[in-house]
Write a protein that binds this ligand. Structure first.
Ligand SMILES: Cc1ncc(COP(=O)(O)O)c(C=O)c1O
Length: 450
């Protein structure tokens, strides 16, 4: 038993309605002080969190199936992360790597070289957020190729900064009213097996995208093709087998940089260290963030040494990029993933969730598809007998789960996808209980078979 287990009981336990009175009080303070553009899925205010639970200020213990959006893969306040962060805070909190460097930054880059796909020579640069990593990957690709065009996909999500808003597909809430957007971004269709009717193989879906790139952009103008190997905010869209290898092969032939955005899929989430590993795809550049540092803000671009070194000294960086405390957290998180076999844990989570959700789909006509890999699992909701998205039902099911003390998230271009991202250290029993709650929510809110 770890310290964490003794410190924070791993159970669902509700003592008030959700949100409770103290949360509601905090929420009214928040409404007065925090800009309304910043939303919250479930306004219970957090007191503590660890393993698979979040305890709120009213004393409710909720099961966490969100991991702070795929961040606390090693569990909240993971004991090793806490130890290493505390040690680092005690030694120094910041010098700026661009002024006086330190070992932790170098050690994180060494780990990234070992862990990311491919055994070629790799280098990394560290940043603060996923969006910042994506922006820098585009800067590197443009500098290295001397080209400008960046190709992205339908349903893509890459962030909320100006360049990454342009790279992100969905208008509301991410882009609406925030233009003008950065130029030289071209969007092509994603392989989305559930919605590609008639169904396309990976090779066919790739040919559809590549024909558009060649006719509308021109292979010789493409600096980079940027893709999430499994789309996150877009609804956990898993491309058909063969799609990613075909796109990556085309990039090699066209002299374009293939960038895998593994910000949501990385660090064991999908049952591999990185989602590209499942098909042996080796990207030229990989962006990472979220799960890398157990909840501290850290992001990276890792890639072929010759591409990474194409940028002049001083062309990459930022005041806080690769902050020493975040680097200590990353090294502890990576050690935990290795020692506790969180790749295996993610696979076990998928093995528990997928059969139960597929059985639920059999008896629930409003479930169009259950998909995902490892601990990145989604349920797409539609009007029975059609593929018409049902965002209203997704919202209702999510709210029903919240009311019963299970934190679930929604996603998707059409807002009709329930997504599950449990911490990889969640107890099997807790996971099973969370699935009971999800099933009960469907039993109450979704149509029964006709
Ligand atoms: C695939 C992907 N790319 C980029 C981002 C942006 O990361 P951040 O919110 O850290 O800027 C996200 C965040 O959800 C993401 O899922």
């Amino acid at each position: 038993m770890t310290d964490l287990d003794t410190a924070l009981p791993q159970r669902r336990h509700l003592v008030t309605e959700i949100p409770g009175p103290r949360s509601r009080e905090l929420h009214s303070r928040r409404t007065a002080a925090v800009a309304s553009g910043v939303g919250s899925t479930l306004p219970v205010y957090v007191e503590r969190a660890g393993g698979g639970v979040i305890v709120d200020v009213d004393g409710n213990s909720l099961i966490d199936l969100g991991s702070g959006i795929a961040v606390v893969n090693v569990g909240n306040s993971n004991p090793l992360v806490v130890d290493r962060v505390s040690e680092q805070v005690d030694r120094f909190t910041h010098t700026c790597f661009m002024v006086t460097p330190y070992e932790g930054y170098v050690a994180v880059c060494e780990e990234l070289a070992r862990l990311t796909p491919g055994d070629h020579a790799k280098k990394s640069a560290l940043f603060n957020s996923g969006a910042e990593a994506v922006e820098n990957a585009v800067k590197i690709a443009r500098q290295a190729t001397g080209r400008q065009a960046v190709v992205v996909f339908d349903h893509a999500y890459h962030g909320r900064t100006n360049l990454t808003m342009a790279l992100t597909a969905k208008n509301m809430p991410y882009k609406h009213g925030f233009g003008p957007f950065a130029p030289e971004i071209y969007r092509v269709p994603m392989s989305y097996p559930y919605r590609d009717q008639p169904e396309l193989t990976g090779a066919q879906a790739a040919a559809r995208a590549l024909a558009l790139i060649e006719s509308q952009v021109g292979a010789g103008n493409v600096a980079a093709v940027l893709i999430e190997p499994i789309q996150g905010e877009g609804g956990f869209v898993v491309p058909a087998e063969g799609f990613l290898p075909a796109i990556s092969q085309w990039c090699r032939e066209a002299g374009a940089v293939f960038i895998a955005d593994e910000i949501q899929t990385g660090f064991c989430r999908t049952g591999d260290w990185f989602a590209c590993d499942a098909e042996g795809v080796v990207p030229d550049l990989v962006t990472t963030a979220k799960g890398i540092a157990g909840g501290l803000p850290l992001a990276a671009v890792t890639g072929r040494a010759e591409l990474m070194d194409a940028v002049h000294t001083g062309g990459l960086g930022g005041t806080y990029g690769g902050n020493p405390v975040a680097c200590a957290a990353a090294l502890a998180s990576i050690e935990t993933m290795r020692e506790q076999d969180l790749v295996g844990a993610a696979r076990a989570i998928g093995d528990t969730m997928l059969p139960r959700l597929r059985a639920l789909q059999e008896r629930t006509p409003s479930i169009g598809e259950v998909r995902g890999r490892g601990a990145m699992i989604a349920v797409e909701l539609v009007r029975p007998g059609t593929t018409e998205p049902d965002a209203e039902l997704a919202g209702r099911i999510a709210r029903a789960c919240h009311a019963e003390g299970v934190v679930v998230l929604t996603a998707g271009t059409f807002g009709n996808v329930l997504r599950f991202l449990p911490p990889l250290v969640i107890d099997q029993e807790l996971l099973t209980e969370a699935l009971d709650v999800v099933e009960a929510a469907f039993a109450t809110h979704a149509d029964s078979p006709v």
